[in-house]
Design a protein around this ligand. Sequence first.
Ligand SMILES: [Zn+2]
Ligand SMILES: [Zn+2]
Length: 296
Amino acid sequence: MPGWQDTSSKLSATALVREGDVFLFDCGEGTQLQLMRSSVKRSRIHSIFIGHLHGDHLYGIAGLLSTLHLDGRETPLNVFGPEGLQVFLNAAFRTSYLQFGFKLTLKELPRGFRGRVLDEEDFYVEALPLDHSIFCLGWRFQEKDKPGVFNLERAEELGIPRGPLYGRLQHGENITLSDGRIITPDMVLGGPRPGKSVVYCLDTQFSERSIRLADKCTTLIHETTFGPDAIDMARERKHSTMEDAARVAKEAGAQTLIATHFSTLYDGRQIAQIGDDAREVFEPITIARDLLEVEI
Ligand SMILES: [Zn+2]
Ligand SMILES: [Zn+2]
């Protein structure tokens, strides 16, 4: 599955690309400019997820939606976010006399919301409140498990005639052969192939909820605003240190951690050092930078 792109390590936006469809998590100021510099096609944006209403995660959405309208977009678009998002967007669109030529479905999620917001045939997206200074949702993009691989050799050994019977077994049905033998799917199918998952936790302080949301995920994207020198500031502002994020990744059993959303207190060299320290808690950690692309 997906590649993702951190379009800004401070003004947040992360694009998850799966089979050509783009899922955009947060939309900080400048997101549409960064999209133009990236390989991500804005015409393929399927849904936008806004985790919370702080400006560094939100202020780019009105401009991006306006550009999609000017592009002549006709494909419907979903936007998910906390209550209050509608008021913000309506003010922007009314003030600028914007009427969309495509269907924009805005789903506001009430304070405390948890559950699936999208549930499609082969993936779903669920939200869970994190622990930040305002209501903030974390997201889990989860591919559903795929059926096991059909073992052609085994099917031939069992004398199953080629054709529609193969398809029925692949769809989980038992079949009866002409000699009366019953063949069950597990006789010719490998075990289910687990789907991949990406979990997005911005902004939050260290929280058991992040651990729950990130349970055994393929990739955890977690905010790491501060280093070990600013633990008090992290607690006070309900942000995380990189070590907090590493603990979440470790306790959740995540396969990899992508660290992003760094305070402007730090330069690149300092962030690299903070990353090295956090690797004593969890590995591997990828330090995000603008326009970084990662294959998942
Ligand atoms: Zn933020
Ligand atoms: Zn915030």
